[in-house]
Design a binder for this molecule. Sequence first.
Ligand code: EPU
Length: 418
Amino acid sequence: MKVLKINGGKTLSGTVRISGSKNASVALIPAAILADDEVTICNVPEITDTDALTEILKYLGADVKRASESILIDPKPIVNKEIPEEMSNKLRASYYFMAVLLAKFKHVEMYFPGGCAIGARPIDQTLKGFEALGAKIKEENNKYTIDADELTGSHVYLDMPSVGATINTMLVAVKAKGETIIENAAKEPEIVNVATFLNNMGAKITGAGTSEIRIKGVESLKGCYTEVIPDRIESGTYIIAGALMGNYLKIDNIIPEHVETLILKLKEMGVDMEVGADYIYVSKKDRMKPVHIKTLGYPGFPTDLQQPITTLLTQCDGESVLQETVYENRFKNVPYLNSMGANISQKQDTIMIKGKTKLHGKTVEATDLRAGACLVLAGLVADGTTTIRNIGPVLRGYENIIEKLNEIGADVKIVEEE
Ligand code: EPU
């Protein structure tokens, strides 16, 4: 088994360049199918999640080329066939193929998607969107068969502002007849990135980034070029690393507005930062104030930074309170942090973190992607060696994490261990 070894306590300085967004790329890659000609997507991170999606594209017959940070996708040879369960259950985002195959062929057969085990993660809102646009859905043994004689624009109200359901509904509505209005839409920057891509193809989407998105369906979509936005969760993770161990650490190629709630919380703690147009300098502060954080959809505090910031809260002087409102099961990192010396207790959806506590290197496990990121951060600040088992989930979401950390002064390596 591959494990990650971190010798902690090293000062982090220099520059770390942030890659393209995972959660935008994983929607843009399937969306390419909607075009009638070749599309180019720039700044796509090389992570196992984007690899898994390009495998699905190739399986369906698309011509896919990787040229450094870009992916060129020619969807013309695509055929509509069932995606094997072992391909779709590798990641959550495989269900964007449900939407694009439905939009393109009016028929799709696919299994329930995979993804980190951080809660039940039902897909009812996506299915509600499909049905509102005229699709008929059958489910048997985890497999969905979705058909539509015709896809027609409609008024869709999402019960919660789900990122996936907003994107899926948008992906079908661009090819439906007439106008679709998505109300209570999610407002995440990744949704704006997808809408821009589709508009570059010739779609007619307005309002992405607000809670009401309007889509006028079009007959055909053309080939185009688009660029993936910087990953705001990777940005946040390295900003937190800087607050833990940084000496004027520069986090470059970011959109500061996309990490504003994090920056505001760090300011409340008293962390030293200098925010520029597309970068931020962060340095470690010996004394930090505890804070209260509640996770929310964008522009609220992102649930994907909840686990990473927990490590930082163990270093604040006093009790911090962290409430997770998006997922029911996103505290699997806590027992491991406690085994390293943290003092964290949980009451329902809230954890109380008493600091400041010294952290010590231990053997821990990355139960999911962001839990893994939290433990990498803990390893950076801990004394001694931290061994993180089951490192796969971390590699799904952070491009070149080992190289990037070592370049700024950390001592991290992947080794093969029993
Ligand atoms: N929900 C439902 N029904 C639905 C859809 C969602 O009940 O039909 C619930 C979910 O169970 C969850 C909440 O609504 O409690 C939010 O889910 P959402 O649909 O917004 O999340 P997602 O689209 O499945 C994406 C990211 C997640 C990120 C969330 C929230 C991708 C591939 N995943 O998931 O990223 O946490 O939005 O911002 O874009 C990660 O990167 O570590 C990650 C988990």
